[in-house]
Design a protein around this ligand. Structure first.
Ligand code: IMP
Length: 206
């Protein structure tokens, strides 16, 4: 039997983010399914501490907090860079490696130094994005997207953000920061996770 959509048309969905750009983008993406989005910021909801051990756990924690506080279904995301030779670091600590000043030149240098200490050679890494959709009945669906790549040094390009200048997706010759935004968005971890969410909204997959 074909599964039904996870959110029915007319649903009001809280986006557990205080980032207006992110909320607008998600709203545009879900509008064709008749889903109306409102941000956690607009509702005055507090942001919980990210104490989970995985991307999925942190996304679920944020979605669950927004759902419980509002009584509405809520969507949250968590993302970062996982480097194989570093055992998945910086992982859920990707933002924290940049320090209080959000200095990603520093964070990228930390990755480079740590890889050097680990012996070099293995440059495999991936960006991961976990989306969690929490519902008032207690259910929570997770949609995880990834993009595989290699860590390169020195950093190259100035188009992206975060760790983009040291991440070269597999099969490409340029880093995420050297790509046009549309080219990155077509293959990114976020695009992968959202494609899975959108498929579930249209009842194509669960
Ligand atoms: P958050 O999920 O918005 O908290 O992001 C976590 C951190 O992961 C960001 O601050 C970035 O450092 C890193 N990150 C997540 N996605 C990307 C990306 O597409 N490019 C570069 N860095 C990213």
């Amino acid at each position: 039997m074909k599964p039904g959509p996870i959110l029915s048309p007319g649903t009001r969905l809280v986006i557990a983010s205080h980032n207006a750009g992110k909320v607008r983008e998600i709203g545009d993406l879900l509008a064709p399914f008749g889903i109306d989005v409102v941000s956690a910021g607009t509702l005055g909801l507090a942001e919980p501490e990210e104490t989970g051990a995985t991307f999925a756990a942190n996304a679920e924690l944020k979605a669950r907090a927004a759902c419980d506080a509002s009584g509405l279904p809520a969507l949250a995301d968590d993302s970062g860079l996982a480097v194989d030779v570093l055992g998945g670091d910086p992982g859920i600590y990707s933002a924290r490696w940049a320090g209080p000043d959000r200095d990603f030149a520093l964070a990228m240098d930390k990755v480079h130094q740590a890889m050097g200490r680990a012996g070099g050679g293995d440059t495999n890494a991936r960006f991961v994005c976990a989306l969690a959709l929490a519902r008032p009945d207690g259910a929570c669906d997770i949609f995880e997207g990834t993009v595989e790549g290699d860590i390169v040094w020195p950093p190259r390009g100035d188009k992206g953000f975060g760790y983009d200048p040291i991440f070269r997706p597999k099969g490409r010759t340029i880093t995420f920061a050297e790509m046009e935004p549309q080219a990155k968005h077509a293959i990114s971890h976020r695009a992968d996770a959202f494609a899975k969410l959108v498929a579930a909204c249209s009842g194509k997959a669960r």
